[in-house]
Design a protein around this ligand. Structure first.
Ligand SMILES: Nc1cncn1[C@@H]1O[C@H](COP(=O)(O)O)[C@@H](O)[C@H]1O
Length: 375
């Protein structure tokens, strides 16, 4: 079903470290793109890593090894080939990992401690620059590609300066790193001019979903906060009971569509936030909607009383504004510019209370009520 690769480093004393599993995508039997990390379930990553590590432990020698594997339809990881050297499927490690495969190779053969193979960027794509033509026209095409890469955020060009170019010959590679696989794939599309049709759509980072349009008067407060902080978001109706299949499809695709947080509001038997949380690993914030019959306590208890293992961050009944702010804080934890704006917001909040306190102290309660609290 897929081709995977694991770079394994083995030190002179036999210790091994494994890089995160990548997917290699081939065209005409040549590696075209490497996606790091592979977009496969955690279970499959563990299996591929253990097969790769066992293979290398069964061999002698120190250094970096690339282990290529097949992931079959029945979820087996089959060993394909071992390359005892730094490898094309590890080129992304130069920009994307704490220790590149080249540094790791030197550490391994020189008897130095092995370095951390973990990724320092959440996602990376390596694109092989293959000769598209012979001679000068091949060089012109390659240089056009490189020129575009220089304008793409997170892209690094490696040109091997081979004196001759032939069709399909590896001439260099471009690695793109970014905050998510969605982002780096979008940048690759731009590099390859695959997104020329129509105006560019901004990827929503957050979602506001609700069980019914009758929830909108409350849920609009979350939308207003996201707008205030310039967070691109999508807003729609998804009902756990009336549109269960839509809820499944929505939650299952949320992460790969690039969403980072979901705010879900529902009333009564409010199962939407919990069910969505069980179908995705994204953080879900639940908004209990006020109800006529039980004043929203039914919604609150349905959302907040989640079983262990599936968390939903639940805000107060009807407080979609706090749900919006919590989502912004989550996004700000890895976005310093947004974090500065959250600080500023909180400072303004404090300032406005201090202004009121001063005025209340100056005027006294009766005049304050008369002048500032008139309906
Ligand atoms: N729990 C649930 C499942 N599908 C809709 N709801 C909730 O039912 C309430 C009443 O919906 P409506 O006004 O459409 O009858 C809304 O708060 C909505 O979130």
């Amino acid at each position: 079903r897929r081709e995977l690769s694991v770079i394994v480093a083995r030190s002179r004393d036999g210790c091994t470290v494994c890089y995160p599993v990548v997917e290699t995508i081939h065209k005409d039997n040549i590696c075209h793109v490497v996606e790091a990390p592979a977009q496969i379930p955690e279970k499959m990553k563990k299996l591929a890593t253990s097969v790769a590590e066992k293979a290398i432990k069964s061999l002698e020698g120190a250094g970096v090894f690339a282990v290529e594997l097949f992931l079959t339809n029945d979820n087996q990881a089959l060993l394909n080939e071992v390359a005892p050297r730094p490898h094309n499927s590890g080129h992304h490690t130069i920009e994307a990992c704490y220790t590149s495969q080249y540094e790791q190779h030197l550490r391994a053969i020189l008897g130095l401690p092995l370095g951390d193979p973990a990724m320092k960027a959440p996602a990376a794509i390596m694109y092989n620059i293959l000769g598209e033509d012979e001679g000068d026209s091949g060089f012109v095409l390659a240089h056009q590609l490189i020129k575009r890469a220089l304008n793409i955020p997170g892209a690094s060009v490696h040109w091997y300066a081979k004196p001759e170019i032939r069709k399909q010959r590896k001439m260099g590679h471009i690695t793109i790193v970014g905050p998510s696989m969605f982002d780096v794939k979008a940048h690759l599309d731009r590099l390859l001019q695959r997104d020329t049709d129509g105006p560019k759509k901004v990827r929503p980072r957050a979602a506001v979903i609700m069980g019914s349009d009758s929830d909108l008067p409350i849920m609009k407060d979350a939308a207003a906060i996201l707008e205030k902080f310039n967070i691109p978001f999508e807003l729609t109706i998804v009902s756990a009971h009336r549109t269960p299949e839509r809820m499944y499809a929505y939650a299952l695709s949320a992460k790969e569509r690039g969403l980072e947080v979901i705010i879900a509001g529902a009333g009564g038997a409010a199962h939407l936030p919990g069910m969505v949380a069980s179908l995705t690993t994204l953080p879900v914030i639940g908004v209990p909607i006020w109800t006529k019959s039980l004043q929203g306590t039914d919604s609150l208890l349905s959302i907040v009383q989640m079983p262990k293992g599936i968390p939903v961050a639940t805000v107060a009944i009807g407080n979609a504004e706090n749900a919006g702010l919590l989502a912004v804080r989550m996004l700000a934890s890895r976005d310093t510019e947004l974090s500065d704006r959250v600080n500023e917001y909180q400072q303004n909040l404090e300032d406005s209370v201090l202004v009121k306190a001063r005025l209340l102290e100056e005027l006294g309660w009766d005049k304050y009520l008369e002048q500032c609290m008139k309906p």
